[in-house]
Design a protein around this ligand. Sequence first.
Ligand code: CO
Ligand code: ZN
Length: 332
Amino acid sequence: MELLKKLTQTPSPSGNEDGIRDIIKSEVEKFADDVFTDALGSLIVHIKGNGKRAMICAHADEIGVMVTFIDEKGFLRFAPVGGLDKYCCLYQRVRFSNGAVGVVGYEEAIEDMKELKLSNMYIDIGAKNKEEAEKIVSIGDMAVFSGDMETAGDHIISKALDNRIGVYILIDVIKHIKNSPYDLYFVFSSQEEVGLRGAKGAGFDVNPDIALAVDVTDTGDTPNCKRMAVKMGDGACIKVMDKSVICSKSVRDCLTDVAEGKDIKVQYEVLDCGGTDAGAMQLTRGGVLTGAVSVPTRYIHTPSEMVNINDVNECIRLIGAFLEKNMFGEQL
Ligand code: CO
Ligand code: ZN
């Protein structure tokens, strides 16, 4: 849990993944044949094998805000970086990479929540005026939301579990993988939250025969939520579809087979909004057999995302078992 705490609390807004990359690198280095960072900022961890190339991808970035304007009184205006929910921004704390903290305030009394606009919000960093503010932040600086990691029963609550939980799962898989029939490329991709950008570049470079994304997904088990057949505590999700991808049937079937063989608890996920790196990897070059494993997560893109620890463990077991079975076995 100490590692997950470190991963969630290290700021890593899209395009600024340096800090998280260093932590991942130090965790996996001794288990890998090669570790390198590409031009877009994705960390690629190669564990050599003689078989087909498998690319397993978890994005390492998180949503945040970017400073666009500093007014005379020292208040900051900002643009969203990734899918920021305007309702959830209000009166949250944000943290810049230099440690500066601010509060998101609203410029007029809120009468109708429906009228809420990001453009009417500002960040208050406690500066007296523009000059003082400019000593602390510059135009283009990014900040992420604060949200400590805590536990509640079998659940973990924190900011940035999207997708540090996926990063955590892949680090664990890297540490324990033995006997894989594949040439393995684990990719901790950059800039997923702004449009699957890191996975696109890394996918072309790795040129995989098979690809798997690991990310969070919504649940349909909270009061009055929309209907979705995913429940916290019901195990790892095998993705069928989201807005970015229809997962390859052969990969889905292989995931189902290994889950049955090892008694791993799984459920099937159809997400009618949002995308994942699976979408970018599937469209690499002439197309790639692609699947995804998701962690059921409540309150995604808020400072209090929640996952179930048993689901996390089932994801680790499922991905480990999947990578130890040769999906192309019969064809070779
Ligand atoms: Co996200
Ligand atoms: Zn994500």
